[in-house]
Write a new protein. Structure first.
Lengths: 185, 275
């Protein structure tokens, strides 16, 4: 059973006593988390991390490079694909488009999504029931994953955007410069 | 002269000299002398009472800043006046636990001004510009990570006004005078910007928001800002924030940042030992 990852922004998903809007009626969910599950052609992009949680590092690194920014956290939610069966949501393998070619094979689209299905999925995720986990990687930690990716030859140093390279230089200094020089060869 | 006349007098002093450039060093110094004069006459208590009113936007930035300076540089006096915690000025920059650090940066600024014949201090421009920029950001989708233009605008504001700009940003954030999403965005940039001159004050502002803001979203944004800044000097504040954090999830996230800063500190120590 695949374990799926979707990138999100945490503060849109937190509904504890302090954050739950006062105007929100009992049993309703706010609109913001629904808009975080942005679809294209009624498909929602997720990643299959299986049981290998190390893949999260690779996804964080690859998606950050793709976004060209390392100025925010990598927030995500993990959930079991079983949840989709309950909601009647179908999955299809679809090659990802990141700079980590092997990782791209782990990309999945949730397809044939109606608005109702999307709202139900959001509701399920907000319930934070068993098998659903919200977590975060700090920007510098993602930077370490990028360095690892380059060292292991999965990521090409030439594809690192200047803005990200600047941050890596600030945080890791000589370690980054050595990794970068090696990766450029 | 009664202490009740102090603030109007200072305001008058500023408003009467608009053409002579109220932001020049001479005016700044004379204002400070004026303030010191009343402070020395043991009228500080009344002064702090009055400072409750001077956080209003119409009041000259210098007056607000000067009062903060005076309060900050005499930390022992603060303890005698618990009422000052309720004032807008105090909520802006004055806080007993942060006094020592704040004094450092403020004193640095005053000294820099006194030693410089050319430096012009920002006056009301800083208030107007910071407010205008933050208001404009409220119309943008700041969740769009590729919004380089907004990031650059805030960065330029800080490059231009330095600690004065940050003082105003802090004031607007803690007094809820900016949209929450703008405040969250700006706090992250405060941690992200690479600007040595304002580093310590930005760190202090982020720590204050983390420790004292009632909004968990703002506390989290300050946490992200501190993670981006990656300065081990924030370890103690993060530890305190974890101890008092009411949200279990946010506590977990603060723990991640704390772990990161401890690693940075250890790496730095190891590097020093090696060299």
């Amino acid at each position: 059973m695949p374990r799926l990852l979707r990138k999100i922004t945490h503060n849109r998903w937190e509904l504890d006593a302090e954050r739950r809007p006062k105007w929100l009626a009992e049993g309703e969910i706010p609109a913001d988390p629904v808009t975080e599950l942005k679809t294209t052609k009624n498909k929602l992009s997720v990643w299959d991390v299986g049981v290998d949680l190390d893949l999260i590092k690779r996804i964080a690194a690859a998606m950050t490079i793709q976004s060209k920014h390392l100025n925010n956290t990598f927030d995500y939610v993990l959930f079991d694909s079983e949840l989709l069966e309950t909601e009647g949501i179908e999955m299809e393998r679809a090659e990802g488009a990141t700079c980590d070619k092997d990782l791209n094979k782990r990309h999945i689209n949730l397809k044939h999504l109606s608005a109702q299905k999307l709202v139900r999925l959001t509701d399920e995720l907000l319930s934070k029931s068993t098998g659903i986990k919200f977590d975060r990687e700090n920007p510098k930690t993602v930077g370490e994953y990028i360095l690892e990716g380059i060292s292991e030859g999965r990521l090409d140093a030439n594809t690192i955007p200047t803005s990200i390279a600047g941050k890596l230089d600030r945080w890791f200094g000589s370690k980054w410069r050595k990794t970068n020089a090696k990766g450029m060869r | 002269m009664s202490s009740g006349a102090t603030i109007p007098l200072i305001e008058e002093h500023v408003s009467c000299n608009p053409d002579s450039n109220a932001t020049d060093s001479e005016t700044w110094k004379s204002l400070r002398d004026l303030l010191s004069h009343y402070a020395e006459k043991s009228q500080r208590h009344s002064l702090t009472q009055q400072s409750a009113d001077i956080g209003a936007p119409h009041v000259n930035f210098q007056v607000r800043f000067l009062l903060c300076y005076e309060l900050l540089c005499k930390p022992e006096k603060l303890e005698q006046h618990s009422d000052i915690h309720t004032t807008k000025v105090v909520r802006t920059v004055v806080d007993p636990s942060g006094v020592a650090e704040s004094c450092t940066f403020l004193e640095g600024y005053i000294q820099a001004t006194e030693n410089s014949t050319t430096q012009q201090l920002p006056g009301n421009d800083v208030m107007r510009d910071v407010r205008r920029v933050l208001e404009r950001l409220a119309y943008l989708d700041l969740y769009d990570e590729s919004d380089d233009e907004s990031t650059e605008t805030i960065q330029n504001l800080i490059y231009l006004y330095g600690n004065f700009g940050i003082c105003e940003i802090h004031y607007l954030i803690v007094n809820n005078e900016v949209a929450p999403e703008v405040a969250e965005f700006v706090l992250r940039i405060l941690g992200d910007i690479d600007h040595a001159e304002t580093h310590d004050y930005r760190r202090w502002v982020l720590e204050q928001v983390l420790l004292r803001c009632s909004s968990p979203d703002l506390r989290d944004s300050a946490n992200i800002g501190l993670a981006l800044m990656d300065d081990p000097k924030s370890i103690e504040s993060l530890q305190s924030a974890i101890d008092k954090e009411s949200s279990p999830f946010l506590r977990e996230l603060l723990g991640k940042t704390l772990g990161q800063l401890e690693n940075t500190k250890n790496a730095s120590i190891a590097k020093e030992d090696y060299t």
